[in-house]
Design a protein around this ligand. Structure first.
Ligand code: FES
Length: 106
């Protein structure tokens, strides 16, 4: 299991144990993290699972692929550390990952 921390927009922290192979979005939904909508269910087609990857983790998490990059154009207040959480697969190297949820989606 890999530990993930979500920081909701109001500052509330949600620490969850995630299974490798699941996505950061799926674990947010499973644990009722507020602010992640994931309308398309993880198909990289809605941009409502937008998160900010903690600066200390951006290199480990990596860059978005072209399709995600295109969808991110539809996200609210995109920053250099923006990612769509359905496109981040949980793996051992992400143990301790911190992501912040934006003020709103879309
Ligand atoms: S859940 Fe729709 S793009 Fe991530």
């Amino acid at each position: 299991m890999t530990k993930l921390t979500y920081i909701a927009h109001d500052g509330t922290r949600f620490e969850v144990e995630a299974e490798n192979g699941s996505t950061v979005m799926e674990n947010a939904i499973r644990n009722a993290v507020p602010g992640i909508e994931a309308e398309c269910g993880g198909a990289c087609a809605c941009a409502t699972c937008h998160v900010y990857v903690d600066e200390a983790w951006t290199a480990v998490v990596g860059e978005p692929e072209a399709m995600e990059e295109d969808m991110l154009d539809f996200a609210y207040e995109v920053r250099p550390n923006s990612r769509l959480s359905c496109q981040i697969k949980v793996r051992d190297e992400l143990d301790g990952l911190i992501v912040a949820v934006p003020e709103r989606q879309g």
